[in-house]
Design a binder for this molecule. Sequence first.
Ligand SMILES: O=C(O)c1ccc(O)c(O)c1
Ligand SMILES: [Mg+2]
Length: 605
Amino acid sequence: MEWAIATCALGGTLEEKLLAIAKAGFRAVEIFEEDLAGFRGTPKELRALAEDLGLRIIALQPLRDYEAMPEPYRSRNRVRAERWFDLMAELGVELTYVCSNTSPLALDDLEQAAADLHALAERAAGLGLRVGYEALAWGRHVRDWPQAWEVVCRADHPHLGLVLDSFHCFARQNPLEPIARLPGERIFLVQLSDAPNLLMDPLALSRHHRAMPGQGDWPVEAFLQSVLATGYRGPISLEIFNEWFRAAPPEQVAQDGLRALKYLFDRLGLLLPPLPKGSPVQGVEFVEIAGEEEDLEDLQDLLRALGFRLEARHPALELSLYRAGQAQVLVHLAEEEDRAREFPSVQGVGLKVGKAAPVAARARELGLSLLQRPQEGLGYAAIQGVGHTRLYLVDGPLLEAYGLVALGEPQEGTFLEVDHFTNVVPRWELYSWLLIYKALLGFQVDPVVEVFDPYGMFYSRSVRSPDGRVRIPLNTSEGLGTAASRFLQRLGHAGIQHVAFRTPDLFAFARRGAQEGLRPLRIPASYYRALAARHGLSPEEVEQLQAYSLLYDRTLEGAEFLHLYTPTFRGRFFFEVVERRGGYEAYGAANTAVRLQAQAYELAG
Ligand SMILES: O=C(O)c1ccc(O)c(O)c1
Ligand SMILES: [Mg+2]
């Protein structure tokens, strides 16, 4: 089937958009009216440009506020249509569509709408063109596809067909099964987009929050299945309106679109050849941190205070492994001098997989970059993670992979596991990574979380492996002064801002940490007053938490979360230590605003 993308999905001039679309590998495009209107050449030149880029223009869209208008607008619309058809002819486009009328003047008259569209289709037929009709979820009278279909049926013209857009169907909660009963040859175009579950009116949701299939919460796969059941085999076009996508590099948005389609069609068994199967992710094997010479000693002190012990070392390189139970941290000297501003930082994470090669093969097919090993035989194969971070594919023992020599017997000590690590990303990259973690690693996505930062807002979605052993909150925020934005500015790109370790007993951990010199992020006394009011805790319980600067959350079902934070290391990244009780699944978002304010105080000194 032919895959297309609408130019409204991307940022840039129309030339930039088309270049990006072609470069990503698309062969077809829908031209949005405003993009054409702003194009600096003639429609003929646009046609030549698209041809040069190997792009077929599948539609010029949309023709607005056309049907069921009272006079004199009705007659005026017939003239508008003539000029519109002229443009189509010059562009060499054979399909256009009318989206349902949103004008306050539009008549609530399906019969008249049908008559107007019949006349339009008749005129189009004479020119060898076709016209579609799409129900916009915020149309004045026609909002659901069954109404649009009713109009198409009443108009009864072979050059008039239905345009189905998943957005409007989902926004209006139209059931999917009736779609499957439509005659496929009467559908002229199918548009796909997804969206997060946000309570919002359809117009605002549509104009700001559409996303690529798989980047939202809607069952786009089931929608497409219903469409295909009709026998429809025409173009499948990504029509996305999202202000963050328009602000992003267009090549990357176009790449995300192609990746989204590959993943979607692969899940339906329709991608040929199918994507390599990959291999399940079993856990986090290690976290990699790099710093300059002067960072390493302080980092070692911080790790020791958290209960880590030096476990192994490379005989020649500045490369050490620290361990606390299941949690392992690989620390090395920063190598890339050209990226000096990035250090110290969390450089990557080792994901334990059954086999690395199938994951790498799947990554390649999904258009992801594979990274070279620093030296032949050293370390693991890796995929480029957020920013310049690395996702190592760990399928063999760590000491051997890095040529590390163990320093005597492993010591019993603090037991920790990696609970989660965050990705702080620009807003559009959040969508991009959500899809990558799903499509590449089979992760699931948690609902949207929005919290206050003292200097803005903080928006988060978390992904997790199906068994919950790997969890990655993806965070982004608006406002230049927020903690997430400052992190991004400092690093110059996305990265890993914090790593959380899990302990079976946070009080025991904190007590021992205090003896080892651990100084947690200071939490103000008012938090503990507010906490008592939030949860009705006893003064003793609150006092205990406060004594160790612990934060606390509890669900209505009684699951509990206890956590503490370290100060931010060199103003870059920080650690968290958490305890989950009674199946607590989230990340203590109720305390995030408090943590962010505490970090703001920390920054102010
Ligand atoms: O938001 C709009 O105006 C708009 C235009 C054309 C479409 O196909 C659509 O789904 C929405
Ligand atoms: Mg549409």
